[in-house]
Write a protein of this length. Structure first.
Length: 396
């Protein structure tokens, strides 16, 4: 099958992929709760005659496609979980599960991977090696990839390389973004508890105001970005939650601050962890209070293998005139647990434009976010074509 015929086959699957995506969109499930989703995906894989294994990490799935000739093992991965959001798109196929929504494109990721499985099944005679399809639970904040790895998703047979895609409303449809090296940042969690002394609002000098201390801590921590970080080394500190106090006439004795730190370099992660601890503690002590800092390392940076990205660019240039390669000038500061797989084996992670003619009106994780479904064909065709290219390249 020529690359032109791969594209033609993908186009012929357009209505089917759209139907799959819309079905999955209507029945979103949260991380490690993807029971209906998993059953549906396993059923679609079973129709292709693949060797399907269910129940990994609870709801995860792997499926094997054996080629006609010996060769490497290539994994293709999609995530399955939704977000705890109330959908506001007004689409006729909007979520039927109250308070849950596929607002990060995972419904489309599954559709694209099922499409690639359908195309590659028809190419079994031309395939040198094995393709392992991985459908993973709990990408959103829960690190489902780690649980899948622990359950053996990269073993039996051992995976030689892994590929993943993310639908990206910030890119116009037909554009696919790639970048060698780091394409997405790490994401760590920081919790700061500020302790003061309660008092009467009329006599603030008799207490230690934890709210005032917390305000200073919040402000000073941003100097780590503006005054201590190299502008060429991206790092983002976002404090998304601050809780404290009970009544307007009581000096608060405790405030909790929660946020995230995102970076593209490991040494920057370590520096931020150390300096947040030092600054929070010193600011609180200087105001007669105390600060406790809990810093938890989360998703690592997602780092693309340079050779795989070179092959990906070749595949995209030859796939179709409808597809445009975008060289991403910098790492995205979002994060992905795809990084855990790519810490284990070489990997490629690309961004598939799904924003329509220009870009999406609403970003990922927005209750009105949706995708241009034409992107499903682009993703499925690329995954199939790229898999053939990788297997031949690694085989040689």
């Amino acid at each position: 099958m020529t690359r032109e015929s791969i594209w033609t086959t993908a186009l012929s699957l357009s209505e089917e992929l759209t139907a799959i995506r819309r079905h999955l969109h209507q029945y979103p499930e949260l991380g490690f709760e993807e029971v209906l989703t998993s059953a549906y995906v396993a059923g679609e894989l079973g129709k292709l005659g693949l060797s399907v294994q269910t129940g990994l990490a609870g709801t995860g799935i792997t499926a094997l496609l054996e080629g006609s000739r010996p060769g490497p093992v290539i994994a293709l991965r999609a995530d399955m979980d939704a977000l705890p959001l109330k959908e506001q798109t007004g689409l006729p196929f909007a979520s039927l599960h109250e308070g849950r929504m596929h607002a990060c494109g995972h419904d489309g990721h599954m559709a694209m991977l099922l499409g690639a499985a359908k195309i590659l099944t028809g190419l079994r005679g031309e395939l040198a090696g094995t393709v392992k399809f991985i459908f993973q639970p709990a990408e959103e904040m829960l690190g489902g990839a780690r649980h899948m790895i622990k359950a053996g998703a990269l073993d039996s047979p051992r995976v030689d390389a892994i590929v993943g895609l993310h639908l990206w409303p910030d890119l116009p449809t037909g554009h696919i973004g790639l970048r060698p090296g780091t394409i997405m940042a790490s994401m760590d969690h920081v919790n700061i508890t500020v302790h003061g002394t309660a008092g009467h609002g009329a006599a603030p000098h008799q207490g230690v105001d934890a709210i005032l201390i917390a305000a200073h801590v919040m402000t000073v921590l941003q100097s780590l970005i503006s005054r201590e970080s190299d502008p060429a080394d991206p790092v983002v500190l976002s404090m998304g939650s601050i809780q404290g106090g009970s009544l307007p006439n009581i000096i608060a004795d405790k405030v909790e601050i929660k946020g995230t730190v995102r970076a593209v370099r490991e040494d920057t992660r370590a520096r931020m962890a150390k300096r947040i601890q030092e600054l929070a503690a010193s600011v609180a002590a200087g105001m007669n209070g105390r600060a406790e800092v809990s810093y938890t390392y989360g998703y690592p940076p997602t780092v693309n293998d340079p050779q795989l990205i070179r092959w990906a660019e070749e595949a995209l240039h030859e796939l179709s005139a409808e597809v445009t390669v975008v060289h991403l000038p910098y790492s995205q500061m979002t994060s992905e647990d795809m990084a855990y797989y790519m810490d284990e084996v070489p990997g490629a992670f690309l961004l598939v434009g799904a924003g329509g003619s220009v870009r999406g009106e609403y970003p990922l994780h927005h209750p009105r976010m949706t995708i241009d479904e034409k992107a499903l064909v682009h993703g499925a065709a690329f995954l199939a074509d790229f898999t053939l290219r990788i297997t031949e390249g690694l085989k040689s």
